[in-house]
Design a protein around this ligand. Structure first.
Ligand code: C2E
Ligand code: CA
Ligand code: CA
Length: 516
């Protein structure tokens, strides 16, 4: 638990040093998802509004098209009538409320109106004469002469007979019936129809909403739609509400991934420069013989005095060193460091220094030369090297052979954290080792009745049967020490006797240990 807390604390510190941003930069980083959500929501809503405008515009243009088609058939009918048949026209138009009426004309006068019957009006009395030259469509926005209402007029003229018809579509009807979808909030505030520069209604004041124009397929009519602000913001906030958490989580996750990559990378860089700058040092934890209660060796445990993060425990940086091909140079550095530390130390003959060595180390081509150098240098002061290999790591056949080769060289080999891996028994059978270090988790069960407390007894018995020298690690209480001594465990290591110590403290401790 403590180790985990420590790790979290270290990670936080690392996070802050890696992310040492100014207040402004933090502000920018946090406001990024907000700004992005605002921008994207604005763009999407703009698209939705335009899409709706096109939908409403096309719908109205289609309705207008239907009315114009009907006008064409009315004109066709009207133009088949003879000059005296005005009554038939009036009859024909009686039940067509969208049309104000039909006027028939020849090259001189208007001679028939579906509203008033036979008439005789000069051509220019209703419309400028040029408008009557060919078939055409116009918007008549004002009350022109005698039409009396805003209207769309459809003029059809036969070029040979010079006779023609004007169908007058009720403009007000069209204005009133411009269709808007019945949704809340309403998408469109104002609809205006345009043709040849004239509009229906004739005077429109647009508000603050966006005005979108939709052109008819034949490009004759144009519809202008003023989109409602309420509609825009309604959708805008919906999209914003969806996007913000998504972007926030996305950016947070990618930031974390980046940071993880970067921090791993930068920690690996730090380890590299740490080795060069000699920031790593060793602490030593004595290993006590249950026979006479004296220290027979120490385990070398690495520590890192990081220039920014302070003292870093191995749990944090050893896995990174292993991942980034730095464990071998680091371990080599540790060997050299121990040689320097012990150069002028006086210890009993056969004193052991245990080194934690990762399996990767054993596949190096120069491993034998390295260990011969270590063995011989330590032999000068009467010390034997001991290699601790954790049982959890993958021990391939090749590595096992290399380890066996080391034993032939006189290097002692211990299996570390015994009992926590899975290959325990088969490994013990295939690879003869010197020491077996029982993991702390089994020692912790002493005095507690549990399933694992029996496992400890089994491990000890098994070790004896296989003639292993047994070391119990993590011994914290006298009760544990007594229990293990009683079961002929050969060596004990733990806070009960000593915590890992710096070299100077170890020297004093060893003197006291010898005198007692
Ligand atoms: P480990 O090899 O199992 O080392 C024993 C760990 O248990 C050490 O932690 C030691 O300080 C701690 N310990 C010893 N006695 C007690 C006790 O009575 N109670 C408690 N609670 N803890 C005790 P440390 O030094 O933090 O090392 C942690 C691990 O880091 C080591 O576990 C080892 O796997 C790795 N490590 C340490 N130094 C090196 C090294 O030089 N090279 C490599 N490759 N790994 C190392
Ligand atoms: Ca160890
Ligand atoms: Ca261990």
């Amino acid at each position: 638990m403590l180790t985990r807390l420590n790790f979290i604390q270290k990670s936080m510190r690392q996070l802050l040093t890696t992310f040492s941003l100014t207040f402004k930069q933090w502000g920018l980083l946090l406001s990024l998802p907000i700004l992005l959500s605002l921008g994207i929501s604005y763009a999407i809503t703009g698209y939705v509004v335009h899409d709706k405008a096109r939908e409403v515009g096309n719908f109205n243009l289609e309705r207008l098209d239907e009315l114009l088609l009907q006008s064409d058939s009315i004109s066709e009918f009207a133009m088949t009538l003879k000059e005296g048949d005005c009554g038939k026209l009036r009859e024909y138009m009686r039940f067509r409320p969208y049309y104000r009426g039909v006027l028939l004309f020849n090259d001189k006068t208007f001679y028939c109106s579906s509203m008033t019957g036979n008439i005789e009006l000069p051509l220019n009395s209703l419309l400028p004469e040029y408008q009557l030259k060919d078939s055409a469509r116009y918007i008549v926005p004002e009350t022109p002469a005698r039409l009396g209402v805003p209207a769309i007029i459809v003029i059809s003229k036969d070029a040979q007979t010079h006779r023609g018809a004007i169908v007058v579509l009720e403009g007000q009807y069209l204005i009133d019936s411009f269709i808007q979808p019945e949704v809340s909030p309403r998408p469109v505030d104002t609809v205006v129809l345009g043709l040849h520069g004239a509009t229906l209604p004739s005077e429109t004041h647009f508000g603050e909403g966006e005005v979108v124009s939709v052109l008819a397929d034949d490009k004759e009519f144009l519809i202008l739609l003023e989109m409602s602000n309420a509609f825009f913001w309604h959708f805008f906030w919906i999209y914003f509400g969806i996007l913000l958490p998504i972007l926030f989580i996305f950016l947070l996750l990618s930031g974390l991934l980046l940071w993880r990559k970067k921090s791993r990378h930068s920690l690996a860089d730090d380890i590299r420069s740490g080795i060069e700058n000699e920031e790593f040092f060793l602490v030593y934890q004595p290993v006590i013989s249950t026979g006479d209660g004296k220290a027979k060796g120490v385990e070398a445990l690495v520590r890192w005095q990081h220039p920014q993060m302070g003292l870093v425990r191995p749990d944090l940086f050893i896995p990174i060193a292993e991942d980034s091909q730095l464990i071998v140079p680091l371990t080599n550095y540790i060997f050299e460091r121990a040689l320097v530390d012990f150069a002028d130390m006086e210890v009993e003959a056969g004193f052991r220094i245990g080194f934690n060595v990762a399996p990767e180390h054993f596949i190096q081509s120069d491993i034998e030369a390295k260990f011969i150098h270590l063995r011989d240098s330590l032999a000068r002061i009467g010390v034997k090297p001991l290699v601790e290999i954790t049982e959890r790591q993958l021990l391939t056949t090749d590595i096992c052979q290399r380890i066996e080769g080391l034993r032939q060289l006189g290097v002692l080999v211990a299996i570390d954290d015994f009992g926590t891996g899975q290959t325990t028994l088969s490994l013990l059978q295939t690879m003869p080792l010197d020491y077996l270090k029982i993991d702390k988790c089994f020692i912790d069960t002493i005095g507690h009745e549990s399933v694992t407390s029996h496992v400890l007894d089994t491990i000890i018995e098994l070790s004896h049967k296989m003639n292993y020298v047994v070391v119990a690690e993590g011994v914290e209480t006298q009760e544990q020490a007594d229990y293990l001594t009683h079961r002929q465990v050969h060596f004990l290591q733990g806070y009960l006797f000593a915590k890992p110590m710096k070299l100077e403290d170890l020297k004093l401790w060893l003197v006291k240990d010898r005198l007692n």
